[in-house]
Design a protein around this ligand. Structure first.
Ligand code: FPP
Length: 256
């Protein structure tokens, strides 16, 4: 998860680079199975790919990265796998934060954090506080997160504000509700990458992804590297983002 060494060379010449990339990191289990290894080994290999994407964002001046590391449904996995993931998070929090801080990465954990064991929660809090002033890359790690949970929480917070008289319920619109969602202080994702061959969103950032470009690749998460991320960004650069409008008319057509 840490950018060990940030090699500085000019970013690729793309006309359009996403400001915010969100990723569903899928395929760790299959990566391990193909090597006849336990799934936990796949997650460990996945951690290296997390380092690679953090380095990639720093190098390419992409200011926001949001990773789906543990969904609210992942608790249903076998105890041994959940335990291995918790262990991995704990070790990553101990090992990687110095380097992330050195690289001016602001780390945030998004989700229902109360479900995590105390040592993990404490470290998340320490990491968040320590890196809070960093400006180069905002790294959001979604853990025990679900898009429906996020929507329900936003609705509850808005209802509570209305009950306190801080909000007129009759005036509640998209803009106002948006303030109560996770990541409300950041631009929404421009690009969602999902690795591992599945073509679905899996309850990730349901509200925030409304206008994101979707990129699916069969590559398993631990095999993602800079060349693979280049493919995703090249694909993104070719997209025409219209946000519900019609395409921009060429100058001659506009003049006529
Ligand atoms: C999905 O692959 C991956 C996860 C549930 C865990 C993601 C965790 C990491 C990448 C580890 C490191 C992360 C941090 C932030 C330290 P899967 O297990 O569903 O794979 P499969 O679809 O092949 O079974």
């Amino acid at each position: 998860m840490t950018p060990r060494e940030v090699v500085s060379h000019p970013p690729p010449l793309r006309e359009s680079v996403p400001h915010h990339i969100a990723i569903v990191m899928d395929g760790n289990g299959r990566w391990a199975r193909r090597r006849a290894q336990p799934r936990s080994l796949g997650h460990r290999a996945g951690q290296k790919a997390v380092r690679a994407i953090v380095e990639y964002c720093l190098r390419n001046r992409i200011p926001v990265l949001t990773l789906f590391a543990f969904s609210s449904e992942n608790w249903k996995r076998p105890d041994a796998e959940v335990g291995a993931l918790m262990d991995l998070f704990l070790k990553a929090l101990d090992k990687e934060i110095d380097e992330l801080h050195k690289n001016e990465v602001r780390v945030c954990f998004i989700g229902e954090l109360s479900a995590f064991p105390d040592p993990i929660r404490t470290r998340m809090q320490v990491a968040t506080t320590r890196t809070a002033g960093n400006q180069r890359l905002a790294l959001n790690v979604c853990v025990n997160y679900g898009g429906r949970w996020d929507i329900a929480t936003a609705a509850r917070l808005a209802a509570e504000a209305a009950l306190r008289g801080e909000l007129d319920a009759a005036m509640l619109d998209e803009r106002t509700l948006a303030r109560y969602f996770c990541l409300a202080d950041l631009p929404p994702p421009d690009l969602l990458i999902r690795t591992g061959g599945e073509h679905r969103i899996s309850n990730f950032l349901l509200w925030q992804l409304a206008y994101a470009e979707l990129y699916f690749t069969d590559t398993l998460w631990p095999d993602m590297d800079a060349a693979q991320f280049d493919l995703a960004l090249d694909d993104y650069a070719r997209r025409e983002r219209r946000f519900g409008c019609v395409p921009a008319a060429p100058a001659a057509a506009r003049a006529g």
